[in-house]
Design a protein around this ligand. Structure first.
Ligand code: NDP
Length: 300
């Protein structure tokens, strides 16, 4: 029997609906409107698309959206001055500096200049430390979205063997912390892992965050396992016509579908959850800064 397909679009729509309802209540009961500021430096086409869709989703959720588009040659001093201004703006509860930044700007320096309470990407070193020590933090959006889907599918994650492939700061490492927090037995695999297929075979939960098209083979997957495919890879699709491309994940979806218990597709899996979790984080940041209760189930 084929695996259950975890529909990320449907799940994300539900999260966004929940955020919107809470935003409406915040406005009527407390007169508060959450605000998200997104800063884009330069003209990277993919970043422009992301920033546009983040702004649109923010407005749709009933929040205030502010976009700052800066020239590619913006100096570090100018960018830090803007971050400082947003840190001190009480109508802004979340600040996101779209990465990657142009090469002359130090990402670490800029990210760590954001007020950790407004760090809706969860990349500030304070939030990394808080998450790593099991305390309340702002949690990076993509792993948060993965955790929400896993929690929804499993009654409990406690005691499950989880294998995360990839150890990046934005996906693999925070994912490991979150799954440790939910009492999984966690293995983090990477490019130096010996016998990756064998490591994956013991997993009840597989999170693939590698960036290599369809690398995880169907016969690596333990029967009944839950597979979360974070990868987004564009590959040639000559079957669709000359010069056409399509998106695939890090997992060979068609084969894994026949073995797994549940699996996220690409596109339509983890991707939509990332923006939904950005909205959830903005709402969480707003509730915390105003001392009002946070909605259940939108953070850890
Ligand atoms: P990185 O390139 O930062 O990290 C990739 C990781 O995969 C590294 O830890 C690397 O190991 C590991 N790796 C590379 N090759 C192998 C291999 N052959 N075997 C085992 N491990 C390997 O990527 P990101 O974490 O930023 O992103 C991963 C994927 O997720 C990408 O496709 C990206 O586009 C996608 N993504 C999707 C998001 C979404 O919203 N759906 C959000 C963020 C990312 P090592 O450390 O040893 O080099």
């Amino acid at each position: 029997m084929d695996a259950k397909i975890i529909d990320g679009r449907e799940f994300a729509a539900a999260v966004r609906g929940k955020v919107k309802d809470h935003v409406t209540r915040l406005a009527s009961e407390h007169g508060i409107v959450p605000g998200l500021a997104v800063v884009l430096v330069g003209e990277d086409p993919a970043s422009q698309v992301y920033v546009r869709s983040k702004g649109k989703a923010t407005v749709e959720a009933g929040m205030k959206s502010v976009e700052h588009r800066l020239a590619a040659d913006t100096s570090e001093r100018e960018l830090l001055a803007l971050v400082d201004q947003l840190n001190n703006d009480s109508s802004i509860h979340g600040i996101l500096v779209q990465l990657p930044l142009p090469e002359h700007l130090k990402e670490d320096l800029v990210v760590n200049a954001i007020d950790p309470a407004k760090d809706v990407d969860g990349f500030h070193i304070s939030n990394v430390g808080l998450l790593g020590t099991g305390r309340k933090s702002m949690v990076p959006c993509t792993p948060l979205g993965c955790l929400m889907m896993l929690r929804d599918h499993h009654e409990s994650l406690s005691g499950l063997e989880a294998v995360i492939i990839g150890r990046s700061n934005i996906v693999g490492r925070p994912m490991a912390q979150l799954l440790i927090g939910d009492s999984c037995t966690v293995t983090v695999a990477h490019s130096r892992t010996r016998d990756l297929p064998e490591v994956v075979r013991r997993a009840d939960v597989v999170v693939a965050a590698v960036g290599r098209p369809e690398m995880v083979q169907g016969n690596w997957v333990k029967p009944g396992a839950t597979v979360i495919d974070v990868g987004i890879n564009r590959v040639d699709a000559p079957e669709r016509g000359e010069g056409k491309t399509r998106l695939v994940g890090d997992v060979d979806f068609e084969r894994a579908l026949q073995v797994a218990g549940a699996i996220t597709p690409v596109p339509g899996g983890v991707g939509p959850m990332t923006i939904a979790c950005l909205l959830a984080n903005t709402l969480t940041a707003c509730c915390r800064s105003n001392g009002v209760p946070e909605p259940d189930g939108l953070t850890v």
